[in-house]
Design a binder for this molecule. Structure first.
Ligand code: FAD
Length: 389
C-alpha cells in the first residue's frame, strides 16, 4: 500500500553499500546513515578523520527517506512558544542555526555537485478558517525578535484555496532528500570515508576506547562514537502521513505551505515530479501521537487536499513515518552519557536542518573546538548514549 515518491533508481544505487564483514579500527564510528549521521560523517571526513558509517538498511532508509523535505527556519513550534522556553538568545540561536543549515545544504549542492532539485521558496503559515489572525501577529513579532525576515500577508498565493491572512517567510528551501544523501555519500566516499549498510549494530559503547559490535559479530574500535539512530526514546513520537498527487504543471506556485492546526497540514510542490512530467503536490500531516499507524488518515488527508486543490489528479504515492519530538522544541545533539560518545536524536519536523546542524556541531566537539550552539543543544544530548541502540 505504501509507496514513497523518492523511490529507487540507478542514481540512488550508492545508497546501498556492502555490509561490514570483518573487524576494523577508525577514528570515528557513526551509527545511522540518515541526514544526521551522514552529515556528521561528511564534515568529520573533511577534517581528515577516518570515519565509518554503519546502518541497518540503505543510506536514507530511516525517516530521512520518508520526510516531505521542507527545509525551513520558520520553526513549527513557533518562535513565540520557543521564546518562553529558551528566551531571546535561545530563539536567536535557533533561527540563526537553522537558517545557516539551509544555506549549508545549498552550498554543499554546489560544492559537491549534488543534483537534488534544491530550490529556494517562500514559506506561508496560515490559520484554519474562522480563527482570525491574532496568533499570527504574535508569531510575526517573535520571529522578528529572533532575527528572521517575515511579513504579514492578507492571503497566500494559492489561487483556489483562500487561506486567509498568513505569514510569509522568504528564502526557505526544499529538495529531494535521497538524491541529496546520495550526493553526500559520494562526496564522503571520495574523502576516504567508509559506509556499510545492512550492518545492524547490536552493541555500542563509549569510554576510553569506544567500540561497536554488529549483529554479524564484527567489532570496530574507534576514538569517538556518534549515535545518529533517531531513537525516539525519552521523547514523544508522532506518526505523520503524506500523499503525493499529480497537478498540472505550474498550477500551484512552488512554496512551503503549512497551517497552525495541532494535527497539522503541510504542502509543497515538486515541479515535474510525476512520471508523466506533471508537477507533484506533496501534502502531509494529520499527525497523531504514538508510533501506531492509522491508514484511514490517508483518506482524511486526501479529502482535506481535494477540498482545497480542486485541480489535483490521482494520488501517485502515499507513505507515513514517525517523527521523534523533543518536548522543548529543540533536538538532542551533543555529548552522550559515556566518554567520547555523542548523540543526535529528536529532530522533530525539522530533522533535516537539525541533522545538518548536528554535522557541524559534533564535528566541532570531536575536534575540540568551542561551539556557540553548545549552550542550547548540548545540554539536551547528555544522558542518551548507548540507550539509543
Ligand atoms: C512523514 C514525515 C515528514 C517529515 N517532514 C520533514 C520535513 O519536511 N522537514 C524536516 O526537516 N524534517 C521532516 N521530517 C523529520 C525528518 O525526516 C527526520 O527528523 C530526519 O530525517 C531524521 O534524520 P536522522 O538522520 O536523525 O534519522 P533517520 O533518517 O531515521 O536515520 C537513522 C538511521 O539509523 C539507523 N539505525 C537505527 N538503529 C540502528 C542500529 N542499531 N544499527 C544500525 N543502524 C541503525 C536506521 O536504519 C536509520 O537509517 C519528517 C518526518 C516524517 C516521518
Amino acid at each position: 500500500m505504501f509507496s514513497c515518491w523518492y523511490g529507487d533508481s540507478d542514481e540512488l544505487s550508492v545508497l546501498h553499500q556492502l555490509p561490514l564483514v570483518r573487524d576494523a579500527r577508525c577514528d570515528v564510528v557513526v551509527v545511522g546513515a540518515g541526514m544526521a549521521g551522514l552529515s556528521v560523517a561528511y564534515f568529520l571526513a573533511r577534517e581528515g578523520r577516518s570515519v565509518m558509517v554503519l546502518d541497518d538498511g540503505p543510506v536514507g532508509g530511516g525517516m530521512t527517506g520518508l520526510s516531505s523535505a521542507h527545509l525551513s527556519y520558520a520553526l513549527e513550534d513557533g518562535y513565540a512558544r520557543l521564546e518562553v522556553l529558551h528566551g531571546l538568545e535561545g530563539i536567536r540561536t535557533a533561527a540563526a542555526s537553522h537558517r545557516a543549515a539551509v544555506a549549508m545544504i545549498e552550498q554543499l549542492t554546489v560544492r559537491e555537485s549534488i543534483d537534488c532539485q534544491f530550490l529556494r521558496v517562500d514559506g506561508f503559515l496560515f490559520n484554519p478558517p474562522g480563527q482570525g489572525s491574532a496568533n499570527l501577529e504574535v508569531e510575526r513579532e517573535a520571529a522578528l525578535r529572533a532575527g528572521i525576515e517575515v511579513e504579514f500577508c492578507q492571503s497566500s498565493p494559492l489561487l483556489n484555496f483562500e487561506t486567509g491572512p498568513c505569514l510569509r517567510f522568504p528564502n526557505q528551501g526544499q529538495f529531494h532528500p535521497l538524491r541529496y544523501l546520495a550526493g553526500l555519500t559520494r562526496a564522503f566516499l571520495r574523502l576516504g570515508g567508509k559506509v556499510h549498510t545492512q550492518s545492524h549494530v547490536k552493541r555500542a559503547s563509549g569510554g576510553a576506547i569506544p567500540f561497536v559490535e554488529t549483529e554479524r559479530g564484527c567489532r570496530v574500535d574507534c576514538s569517538h562514537l556518534v549515535l545518529a539512530t533517531n531513537s525516539p526514546r525519552r521523547g514523544v513520537t508522532y506518526s505523520s502521513y503524506v500523499i503525493a498527487l499529480r497537478i498540472p504543471p505550474g498550477s500551484v506556485r512552488p512554496a512551503l505551505y503549512w497551517d497552525s492546526l495541532p494535527n497539522y497540514h503541510y504542502v509543497r510542490v515538486a515541479p515535474g515530479g510525476a512520471t508523466d512530467g506533471s508537477d507533484l503536490l506533496i501534502v502531509g500531516g494529520e499527525d497523531r501521537r504514538g508510533g501506531q499507524a492509522h491508514p484511514q488518515l490517508f483518506s482524511t488527508l486526501e479529502k482535506w487536499t481535494r477540498k482545497r486543490f480542486a485541480m489535483a489528479g490521482r494520488v501517485d504515492y502515499l507513505w507515513s513515518g514517525q517523527v521523534a519530538r523533543c518536548s522543548d522544541g529543540s533536538a538532542w545533539i551533543g555529548p552522550g552519557e559515556e566518554e567520547n560518545s555523542f548523540v543526535v536524536s529528536g529532530g522533530s519536523g525539522h530533522g533535516l536542518t537539525h541533522g545538518t546542524i548536528a554535522g557541524q556541531l559534533i564535528t566541532d566537539l570531536v575536534c575540540g573546538r568551542p561551539q556557540p550552539l553548545g549552550a542550547l543543544l548540548c545540554a539536551q544530548g547528555s544522558g542518551y548514549s548507548s540507550s539509543l541502540i
